[in-house]
Design a protein around this ligand. Structure first.
Ligand code: EPU
Length: 428
């Protein structure tokens, strides 16, 4: 089994370059289904979720050509509707954007229900509601999302009962080529939604209001291929900001949009860390001791749920009691038991973790239970005394580009190694 091995206790110093954002790369890649001609997408993160998305597009009949490690040329002119391979699509979350994109282009869809990290229930009722409002007849059955329409969808008003990134994106994808105007009320405001809208508008779409909670999409008759660069990944950036503070080092986190990091920066400042903002970088250092704070995760521009586990590691290092309240997912605290193995003192009530610092983390054998949980145990390992062995690192590799190499370059003692697990005994 491949593991990440960290000998902790070394402060990080230097510069880390952040890659393109995973959560806008996926809708943009599947958004090319709506576009005629060649699209060149730049600043893609070379991560497993992106490779999986490209592999699905290829299997559907798209021409996919890597121009370099972060740039791809895609032509979806000849793709076949409903042909996304079930096994590949069911292993990632972003594959449900095929549903919106196929509906937008073909007026029908047939795609596996998505997978992704396990945070308890991950319903898709708001996606279904949006597709139905636009005139599709939707059935979720036998592991598939199936939808049919008269051929072309019709613009409509959609009020979202919950703020959902995925449903907002899927409704945009379904609506750009629809007849008439679609208005999404109570839309998600994440930067990746603005990024997708900018890409589609560059291709000829007419989308206004992305980044606010009311998005208006006027259907157009077609989209043409463009060159487009994905924005930097604010969660990757936030993860390295916290790694700097947790190890008591000083990191320049470069190629970022500081505005997207404001909620993380605000909490770091409240804890006593030093954060200097430049045009496209932030410099983070944290002279100890860190102060305890309370955090609540919320949709953007609130503190991101995808930074909950990493931030919780920093709360463990603060001198006092902090609270991490989860405001998005039902069950985001599966990582806590891994941190407890490393010495953390955390009690979880259904949606709140009560974190008693100041933890002297000790290296242990732990697992990445999901993507951001994996980032959290990496940070805890960097801050810990002794050796930490992290298993199930495929979760981390779905979303972090070259995390081992990037951290090693700023002074971490970290490597990836094949570790043979001892055979399981049958004796109970
Ligand atoms: N929800 C519903 N009904 C729906 C859709 C969502 O009730 O139809 C609820 C969810 O149960 C949740 C809340 O709405 O309580 C927010 O879910 P959302 O739809 O916004 O999440 P998502 O689109 O499935 C994306 C990211 C996640 C990130 C969330 C929240 C992708 C591929 N995934 O998921 O990212 O946690 O938004 O920001 O974009 C990650 O990158 O590690 C990750 C898990």
């Amino acid at each position: 089994m491949e593991k990440i091995i960290i000998n902790g206790g070394k402060p990080l110093y230097g510069t880390i370059e952040v890659g393109g954002m995973k959560n806008s790369s996926l809708p943009i890649l599947f958004g090319t289904i709506l576009v005629s001609g060649d699209c060149v997408i730049e600043n893609l993160p070379p991560i497993d979720d992106v490779f999986a998305a490209l592999s699905i597009l290829k299997a559907m009949g798209a021409k996919v050509r890597m121009l370099d490690s972060t740039t791809v040329e895609i032509n979806t002119d000849n793709i076949v509707c409903g042909s996304a391979p079930y096994e590949q699509a069911r292993h990632m979350r972003g594959s449900y954007y095929i549903a919106g994109a196929e509906l937008g282009r073909f007026g029908r869809t047939h795609v596996a229900l998505p997978g992704g990290c396990d945070f308890g229930q991950r319903p898709i009722d708001q996606h279904v509601k949006g597709f139905e409002k636009l005139g599709a007849d939707v059935h979720v059955e036998n592991g598939y999302i199936n939808a049919e329409s008269s051929g072309v969808l019709t613009g409509a008003s959609v009020y979202m009962d919950v703020v959902s990134v995925g449903a907002t994106i899927n409704i945009i994808l379904a609506a750009v080529l629809a007849d008439g105007v679609t208005v999404i009320d109570n839309a998600a405001r994440e930067p990746h939604i603005v990024d997708l809208a900018n890409f589609l508008n560059a291709c000829g779409a007419d989308i206004a209001g992305a980044g606010t909670d009311v998005i208006r999409i006027k259907g157009v008759s077609g989209l043409k291929g463009v060159n487009y660069g994905v924005i930097p990944d604010m969660i990757e950036a936030g993860t390295y900001m916290i790694a700097a503070a947790a190890t008591g080092g000083k990191l320049t986190v470069a190629n970022v949009i500081p505005k997207h990091l404001e909620s993380v920066t605000a909490k770091l400042l409240e804890m006593g860390a030093v954060v200097e903002e430049n045009d496209t970088s932030v410099v983070v250092s944290a002279p100890y001791p860190l102060k305890p704070v309370n955090v609540k995760t919320q949709p953007y521009p609130g503190f991101p749920t995808d930074m909950n586990p990493q931030m919780c590691v920093l709360l463990c290092l603060a001198d006092g009691v902090s609270m991490m309240r989860e405001g998005v997912w039902d069950n985001r605290f599966r990582y806590v038991k891994e941190l407890v193995r490393m010495g953390a003192d955390i009690t979880v009530e259904p949606k709140v973790a009560i974190v008693r610092g100041k933890t002297p983390f000790k290296g242990a054998s732990v697992k990445a239970v999901d993507l951001r949980a994996g980032a959290a145990v990496v940070i805890a390992g960097l801050a810990a005394e002794g050796t930490t062995e992290i298993g199930d690192i495929y979760h981390i590799e779905r979303g972090y580009e070259n995390i081992v190499e990037k951290l090693r370059a700023v002074g971490a003692d970290i490597e990836k190694r094949i570790v043979n697990e001892p055979a399981q005994s049958n004796v109970i």
